[in-house]
Design a protein around this ligand. Structure first.
Ligand SMILES: [Zn+2]
Length: 206
């Protein structure tokens, strides 16, 4: 039942777009790319199930890559500098730049505050902001670390990412599908603090 309601809602949005003159500037060029892709893999873009697929494809790509994470720069003054702050369990979806296939990534961020601490919701927003584009997991963790460093003014930053890549998982059981990437900067290169962070967030469990 739920899925038929979702489909209906989507068709309504499509109808609304047409009514609002969404076609005024011509169709999205991505629609033509989708149609050509369908033809190349031996499909008929005119058959029932595929007729609206190019339009959905175009809309999905636009929405995903134009994602607005909201404000990411709210900071507070802190007097508790020096104690480790860790935020874990941030789940994001991104797109593997090698295969254009999705990967999910569970992100842990840690840092040692200097003058500023970052509002809690901002960590997730920073992670989503860098996930909503073509990425490699290594670059994603680096990009998040760069922003946390910039926003907090602290060079002591760590980011751990655990990714599940469809491009690996869909190839079958012989390929390991979970990949871990970690960035350790400043004081967080120190083994003791690394252990403290992974113990705090459960990232030392496999
Ligand atoms: Zn890939």
């Amino acid at each position: 039942m739920t899925s038929s309601i979702e489909v209906l809602a989507e068709e309504e949005v499509l109808a609304e777009e047409v009514a609002l003159g969404g076609e005024a500037h011509g169709p999205d060029p991505l629609e033509d790319i989708a149609r050509r892709l369908l033809l190349e893999i031996g499909e008929d873009p005119q058959r029932d199930g595929l007729r609206d697929t190019p339009r959905r494809f175009a809309r999905w790509w636009r929405e995903f890559t134009q994602h607005d994470p909201g404000s990411v720069d709210t900071v507070f003054e802190t007097t508790a500098s020096g104690s480790l702050v860790a935020v874990s369990g941030i789940d994001v979806w991104s797109l593997c730049e090698h295969h254009l296939l999705p990967f999910s990534c569970r992100v842990t961020i840690g840092y040692l505050p200097r003058e500023h601490i970052l509002g809690l919701s901002k960590f997730a927003r920073v992670a989503h902001q860098h996930a909503h584009r073509l990425q490699s997991q290594e670059q994603l963790t680096q990009d998040i670390a760069d922003d946390i460093e910039k926003l907090t003014g602290s060079p002591d930053v760590a980011v751990i990412g655990r990714g599940e890549h469809l491009c690996m998982a869909m190839r079958g059981v012989r390929t390991p599908a979970t990949m871990t990437t970690a960035v350790w900067r400043g004081a967080l290169k120190d083994t003791g603090l690394r252990q403290e962070l992974t113990a705090l967030t459960g990232d030392n469990r496999h």
